[in-house]
Design a binder for this molecule. Structure first.
Ligand code: ZN
Length: 151
């Protein structure tokens, strides 16, 4: 019985998480829909694969905020390709029962704790790599599950 209650409590905590504003200039976490480079929803088609995250609109150079109370885990290399070096950075974090990565962000730091709504970094110059795209932060859960329910 005790194990059941613990499970129920965990389920409740994880289900209840809602991400706060991720990026300055986008208070409602507006999502990337369709542009000349593709679509932003989880599971959208990509060449030989599926889009493994959800894209949240974020202008180049905008300030990126912690969407929940988090512990920063490490910096992330997104592509490891020289032609995409300008945006080849992100950060992995854990908080409120979730583990996730934000791509295309230059983090201010990569360890420590940050409260929800506090600055964690800056949106990288995505237009320099993908001209005309809807510039965005890519949100990807560490277990590759769908992040959409948290928005
Ligand atoms: Zn994406």
């Amino acid at each position: 019985m005790r194990q059941f209650i613990v499970l129920l409590a965990l389920f409740y905590v994880c289900e209840g998480v809602t991400f706060g504003q991720l990026c300055s200039g986008n208070p409602n976490n507006r999502r990337r829909t369709t542009d000349g480079w593709g679509q932003g929803h989880f599971g959208a088609g990509r060449t030989n694969r599926r889009h493994e995250g959800l894209d949240i609109v974020c202008d180049d150079g905008a300030v990126v905020y912690a969407p929940v109370d988090v512990t920063l885990v490490r910096k992330v290399i997104v592509y490891n390709k020289p032609e995409k070096a300008a945006i080849d950075s992100g950060i992995m974090m854990r908080g409120e029962g979730l583990c996730f990565k934000l791509f295309y962000v230059q983090p201010d730091r990569t360890t420590g704790t940050v409260r929800k709504g506090e600055r964690i970094g800056v949106m990288l110059p995505m237009q320099s790599v993908y001209p005309g795209i809807t510039s965005h932060v890519h949100v990807q859960m560490c277990d590759k599950s769908d992040p959409t329910p948290y928005f």
